[in-house]
Design a protein around this ligand. Structure first.
Ligand code: FES
Length: 173
């Protein structure tokens, strides 16, 4: 099944069904190449990462080269080029958080999630655990951001409890 894109700039004026949401996002931004970053942000919200074929589709639709779109996506740490887990836990390891023992918190969260060495996303795709540099909330150090929610004054126990709370919520669905 195909869907009609509203913009004449759309390739062949139709899009495969899997690109219908991408089409809507492109149309919302007037298919303006200058809106590439907000477009990629919304596409990422849709897929939770930026699949290569979607970036290629965005590039064609905006009249940009795939290399240009990939270059922008890979430049910003905010964009994910590989699939992430349903819940993303970001632990700050900036200076203020590091001196307040962020690493034992990271270890506790990773252990509770069940990540092996070098693994950032759980096998069941439920969790991605990352470290980031300063989140701009140093007064709350050590800080963890879980699914965009900020948790200050973290401890290894609170980190593990955060994972448990998410699992319980998921189980209750
Ligand atoms: S160093 Fe962690 S929020 Fe600034």
């Amino acid at each position: 099944m195909t869907a009609t894109c509203t913009s004449p700039a759309a390739p062949a004026a139709t899009a495969p069904e899997r690109f219908v949401r991408v089409c809507a996002i492109l149309d919302k931004h007037g298919r303006d190449p200058a809106r590439l970053i907000p477009i990629l942000q919304e596409v990422q919200e849709e897929y939770r990462f930026l699949p290569r074929e979607v970036m290629a589709y965005v590039a064609t639709s905006l009249g940009l080269s795939p290399a240009k779109v990939y270059g922008v996506a890979s430049f910003y740490a905010h964009f994910a080029l590989v699939p992430k887990g349903r819940h993303v836990i970001r632990l700050c390891d900036g200076t203020a958080c590091h001196v307040k023992d962020s690493i034992p918190i990271l270890d506790a969260i990773r252990k509770r999630v069940g990540l092996k060495d070098g693994q950032v996303t759980s096998d069941d795709m439920q969790f991605t655990v990352e470290t980031v540099s300063c989140l701009g909330a140093c007064g709350l150090a050590p800080v963890v951001v879980c699914d965009e929610e900020v948790h200050g004054g973290m401890t290894p126990e609170k980190g593990a409890a955060l994972v448990d709370a998410i699992r319980s919520k998921e189980a209750a669905k």
